[in-house]
Design a binder for this molecule. Sequence first.
Ligand SMILES: Cc1ncc(COP(=O)(O)O)c(C=O)c1O
Length: 388
Amino acid sequence: MSRIGVESAFDVLVKARALEAQGRSIIHLEIGEPDFPTPAHIVAAAKQALDDGWTHYGPTQGLPELREAIAEAVSRTRGIRVGPELVSVVPGGKPIIFFPMLALLEPGDEVIYPNPGFPIYESMIRFLGATPVPMPLEERRGFSFDLDLLRDRLSPRTKMVVLNSPQNPTGGAIPRQDLAAIAEMLRDRDVIVLSDEIYSRIHYGEEPPASIASFPGMQEKTIILDGFSKTYAMTGWRMGYGVMPAWLVEAVNKLMVNSASCTATFTQRAGIAALTGPQDCVDRMVAEFRRRRDAICAGLNRIPGFRCAVPGGAFYAFANITGTGMSSKDMADFLLNEAGVSCLDGGCFGEYGQGYIRFSYANSLANLEEAVSRIRKVAHRWEAVAAR
Ligand SMILES: Cc1ncc(COP(=O)(O)O)c(C=O)c1O
């Protein structure tokens, strides 16, 4: 247990709530969840499912109709052929990190993973006694993978490469031509790619982000992680899925039967409604995120010592604060305590996140503007350093 990590967003949320309980006004830009309600037709499908008696155990791998709907959606969006037998439905996206890593990793195995990155990757790699090999994501490359750095990190012991695009915490995405080059590097190696695509629908470019699974020879060595939490504002429903080779589905089934047994059946009925029903709710949410992204990035870039690249996806602004002379940990604490703005120290996402602050813009435009104005009001703390 000494090797397993945590997700700091939940800890900071507790601290922020404690301040609120003392009467302080806090703007929450720490937690990564859409602030929109789950679309009404999805909620209605869950209510109907409860009334119809979907209140019992279901198949461990997931309801066949939901797996069909997922297979159809993933085939269409990634341009590959996925059958329902390759889909595992699990309680959230996270188990598609937990179970496949548990099934695959052993001491001595190396795992290349993005840093800064979702903290659960490194936590699980360390927990299982495997060796974490951080892949620094650099601001000057739009927080994408640097192909030379990846080449240097590949070794005969590399068992897994984790990709996440669009990315948490930077909002960066890996361009199609870089993914093609990564596929070229990995195709003939005995490695598995964990492609975390949980933000695949939340992007601001013309083209949707590409999946490594769609490049020749890659589907059979790729686990696609996706789910309902972010796309359909369903974080509390706990429903996600993985698409993976059949032999790995079997392993995940065994781990599921030893842990959760199955994902709640009435939520899976709602999942079918989410995937097969109208999608304009997703488009509207993404359009609103785009407005907020533009507003918060412009606001942060006006603060002395802050520099914020405009991200291509997800709902996070990852601001470089090295110009303030403060550490990102001190800055995050200071903003929470003195400005009432709850945000995350980039160091929570790994050592290469130090010097950055993550702001989740899953909050109203009015609150984002207020947050920027509050930060501006306390900027005198570092203004003299920033002016140098
Ligand atoms: C990159 C990434 N992967 C996976 C997850 C987990 O998603 P879920 O809440 O569906 O378990 C998150 C949630 O924040 C995430 O940011």
